[in-house]
Design a binder for this molecule. Structure first.
Ligand SMILES: [Zn+2]
Length: 625
């Protein structure tokens, strides 16, 4: 055993030495040709770049386009004198691309080629070979506007005796999900039948029941379609496939889990349109929107949004990214998982197996000289400290935290071990958010404020004194709207969703109180003079404006909690008065530039040029889209 282990070690060492030799010789050649050297195992590969050259051409000419920002592209090549390679580069230049050419080892270019499989997977869906044509789905979308249409069509399809009926049922289920804008499709086995449910605006709605035989056939088809193992039934599996409709690719992520009566399937529909909501349409209160627009235009600082899963945090951060995105900006994300593809942004995905987590990903991102970084979530002290450090050293950082409210951001970060003094220098805005369903405009009904809700109307009216939002309520609100249900909203009374928000800016008051180990309540009180609505106030305003209902707000916000009232003598701050500590205090946070080199052979991608053998590990893969 021991001998075997040593041999393995010996072989690995030899292999690593050979790779190191290869890198050295490429560096020598690069000096000769006057081309910069690059090690692609240490940089994230931007798959937008890969798309510019077909995989076969890239492999034949031993090259890869590994980054693209606007019209500027970075190309790694292996043989600078090889005519076909030069021709490929010329072709790109003729298409208007500005090219930066680097010399790389074949081993490191192979790392970029590896990422082609992520692309081809999305483009060459198995759908065609399984008799589901995208044309058929497009036609069905027109016929499945209502849930009732979907169940009728499925029943008709099941009645036919033809062999392709299962494909037809899948096509109807998919088309129905797309046309009703469902976020997920659930297919679950029960005792003697199976059911299909759609998640519409965050709520599961039943669509149809059918027999177990159909369920089993459907399950096999969907597993095949998603690249899952048919014979594996006792374990959870994840897969995906793509539907191309109306010229755009919609990715479907499938997951199966074993259940008492059979595997349960969930298909998540990642419709790029649903995430492309601009900031103006997310439901931010007017004043908060102005503040956010100012804050995300700054070159540095940390902007956090908090809330439970499904509260729209990702949508908000993506809207921020789209707002700041420009060809001059280098934006890098570390996500888990990448939910949507953002053009012009280098997106990387957490891969715990490869030791690429939020923290190591953030450190790797920092070596890429980014302007803006989005970290999917801050879960631990190391990630928190690195994110704070990054925001204090000239980067704009967006991230999320799991806390209930904006005040909780400060206490949570202190709990994670962040120095309170540093914290308030770094944070620009701490937000919290929830999603509520919007009342259907076609059927909502106006009613007098119910007596049991009168106290809420009074509380809102009193608490708004001195707020900009007072203008919406010259007198105390006396009417609200209630959900009814009609054909347009599948009888739910609601259609679409909107956010309710709150935010706290790290001003002098907050800076002072955070050092005193405060409770959330004390932070809320210290923030009251900022006169930014709380989620409760924002939600109540949306209720009295007829956007949503009491029932919806109660579902997601604690409306029993009192609103902190602003003391009369506090002046109303305007934007320019909102001041921040401009001198970063950084001595107590870990340095970003010199990350620890892990003992293990697997390490994060690096841009630096040190010759540690850890980096050349063959297992190492640059995480990409
Ligand atoms: Zn309606």
């Amino acid at each position: 055993m021991t001998i075997h282990f040593d041999e393995d070690k010996q072989n690995l060492r030899l292999k690593l030495l050979r790779l190191e030799e290869e890198e050295k010789s490429v560096q020598l050649v690069s000096e000769k040709y006057g081309l910069p050297y690059i090690d692609l195992t240490r940089v994230p590969i931007n798959t937008d770049g890969l798309r510019l050259i077909p995989e076969q051409e890239a492999r034949d000419n031993v090259m890869a386009v590994f980054d693209i920002i606007g019209k500027r592209i970075s190309i790694a090549i292996h043989s600078p004198g090889y005519a076909p390679t030069i021709q490929s580069i010329r072709n790109l230049q003729q298409k208007g691309y500005e090219t930066a050419v680097f010399l790389a080892s074949k081993h490191s270019i192979e790392k970029a080629w590896d990422r082609y499989k992520d692309l081809s997977f999305a483009f060459e869906t198995e759908a065609g070979s399984l008799d589901i044509s995208n044309d058929e789905i497009e036609q069905l979308i027109e016929k499945t506007k209502k849930l009732q249409d979907i169940s009728t069509l499925i029943e008709e399809a099941l009645a036919i005796k033809k062999s392709h009926k299962i494909s037809r049922v899948i096509a109807i289920i998919m088309a129905g999900g797309l046309s009703t804008k469902a976020s997920d499709i659930h297919i679950e086995a029960e005792v003697d039948q199976a059911r299909v449910r759609y998640r519409l605006d965050g709520v599961l709605i039943e669509v149809i029941h059918f027999d177990m035989e159909t369920y089993r056939l459907l399950l096999s088809r969907i597993k095949l379609l998603s690249g899952l193992k048919l014979n594996v039934k006792e374990m959870a599996q994840d897969g995906r496939f793509t539907v191309k409709i109306y010229m755009s690719d919609i990715e479907i992520r499938t997951s199966t889990v074993p259940g008492s009566y059979g595997e349960s399937i969930v298909m998540r529909i990642l419709n790029p349109k649903s995430i492309s909501t601009p900031m103006e349409e997310l439901g931010f209160p007017e004043r908060l929107l102005k503040i956010l627009n100012t804050e995300i235009a700054r070159p540095n600082g940390l902007i956090l949004t908090t809330g439970p899963t499904g509260s729209g945090k990702t949508t908000t951060l993506y809207a921020f990214l789209r707002q700041v995105q420009s060809p001059e900006m280098k934006i890098i994300t570390i996500e888990d998982p990448i939910e949507y593809h953002l053009p012009g942004v280098v997106q990387t995905q957490v891969e715990e197996k490869k030791n690429y987590n939020f923290e190591s990903g953030l450190r790797a991102a920092l070596r890429q000289d980014p302007d803006v970084i989005m970290v999917g979530e801050i879960r631990d002290g190391e990630t928190a400290s690195t994110a704070i450090q990054a925001s204090l050293t000239g980067h704009l950082v967006f991230s999320t935290l799991h806390t209930n409210n904006a005040a909780g951001t400060f206490t949570r970060l202190v709990d994670l071990g962040v120095d309170p003094k540093v914290l308030t220098s770094a944070i620009r805005v701490a937000m919290a958010q929830r999603l509520v369903r919007k009342l259907c405009n076609d059927c909502k009904k106006k009613i007098p404020v119910p007596p049991e809700r009168q106290a809420l109307a009074d509380e809102l009216f009193t608490s708004l004194e001195g707020f900009e939002e007072m203008k919406y309520f010259p007198t105390k609100p006396t009417e609200v709207w209630t959900a009814v249900g009609c054909e347009k909203c599948n009888s739910t009374g609601y259609k679409g969703r909107i956010g309710v928000y709150e935010a706290i800016l790290a001003d002098k008051n907050i800076e002072f109180i955070v050092r005193e180990n405060p409770s959330e309540r004390e932070i809320r009180e210290a923030a009251a003079p900022q006169r930014i609505l709380t989620m409760k106030q924002d939600g109540l305003i949306k209720i009295f404006q007829g956007v949503t209902s009491f029932e919806e707000l109660e579902r997601v916000v604690d409306i029993a909690e009192e609103i902190a009232v602003v003391k009369k003598e506090e002046p109303i701050p305007t934007f320019s008065e909102t001041t921040y500590t401009e001198t970063p205090i950084i001595e107590n946070t870990p340095a970003v530039e010199e990350p620890k080199i892990e003992e293990s052979l697997v390490s994060v991608p690096k841009y630096t040029e040190e010759k540690s053998i850890e980096i050349s590990s063959p297992e190492l893969n640059t995480p990409t889209v």
